[in-house]
Design a binder for this molecule. Sequence first.
Ligand SMILES: [Zn+2]
Length: 420
Amino acid sequence: MVKNIDVENNLTVIDPKIAEVIDKISGAILPVKKVIGSDYDRVIKLRSELLTLIKRNEPRYICPLCHTPVYLVCRHFTRSFFFRHKIDDGSCPIDTRGKLSEAEINARKYNGAKESESHKEMKKIIADSLKADGRFKDIAIEQVWKSQEPGEWKKPDVSARFDDKIRIVFEIQLSTTFLRVIVERKEFYLKEGGLLCWIFKEIKEEYPRLMQDDIFYNNNCNLFLANHESLHVSNEQKRLFLKCGWFEPIIENQKIGNTWKEEIVPFDQLTFDREHQRIFFFDYDREKQKLTQQLDRERFEQFWLSNNLNLYSDEISQKWQELSDSLSKHNILLPTQYDIHNGLTYLLNALYSAKYGKPIGYKFRALIQVAHQMENNHKEYLIIFGWALKIYGRSEQIKQEDSSGKWAKKVEKFKPLMQS
Ligand SMILES: [Zn+2]
């Protein structure tokens, strides 16, 4: 019923005192301009509908700050609308503006949204999913968790004990869950030795992205949902399943991008990183680290191939420095200075020559010449070069290039060494 705001024809009064309301069904906090909209016929109907619901004690909209039901009032002359408290005794902070801090306002909005129908349903779905799995004990909805420290407590949406060991709590992510709340809860359960798992209602683009991201990115790019579908699987398998959504890193045009994945996954297959209060199915950080290393290695190879006569310039020296920095993050240590006359240069030229089947870093014509060069001048790398020829499948090529048979003789001589 909520449409995009048509600013020009919007039927809301200018500067309404109650600017937002909480939808008791979805738990969403909505701007009143969005609720009222520009369709006169519809607002008139909505007006009586809201009053009827209040009479039945099932109010649809409440004030985000005092949680009192609100109804629609129409100004006669302008035919414009605004919301008013059902009980208007001046006790709402909206009337005494300025007395609440930002944090208090946010906390009130959060608590208001927690009362919504959809939130209650979510708690039931999670608790029922836990009940399907015999390894969960002490399953409770909104049971107070008292801290060892006096006066500190939390009331998690759902809590349970897993495998007689882990005390676990499930908190439902609302559009009104602010970063402060997320951090506070994380710290609390970390201190208490409990494990906190955030559950999302849905993944939607229109979700306030930032609030979703605060949890998502701090949880190794994994997030969890509980819905009728995952409950059904839990009941069938007698094992807790949750729907997981995660990012998988991929290499795209020499850069790391992400693809979105979703799957219903068993809870006992998740990784619990208690130290960082993370629960995840896919280890995004590790995979990203792997791909970053791969990219850095490829960059190094490209550099080496493009500079294949091992020239020296300031530009090359700088590039070397950059590559050395990025590879050091993967514990691959290069000499800090680029030096064309060091052993590493001879070794890399030999290995890349073996890999590509042609001389790299030499003005030779054929791979066999690199082989002779190694045997003549860099015997210390001969074994490793020999292995590289084998691994890159160059034996046949070397045989063909060795028309004089000189190399074959050398190989015969070195065979015992290779075998040792
Ligand atoms: Zn109020």
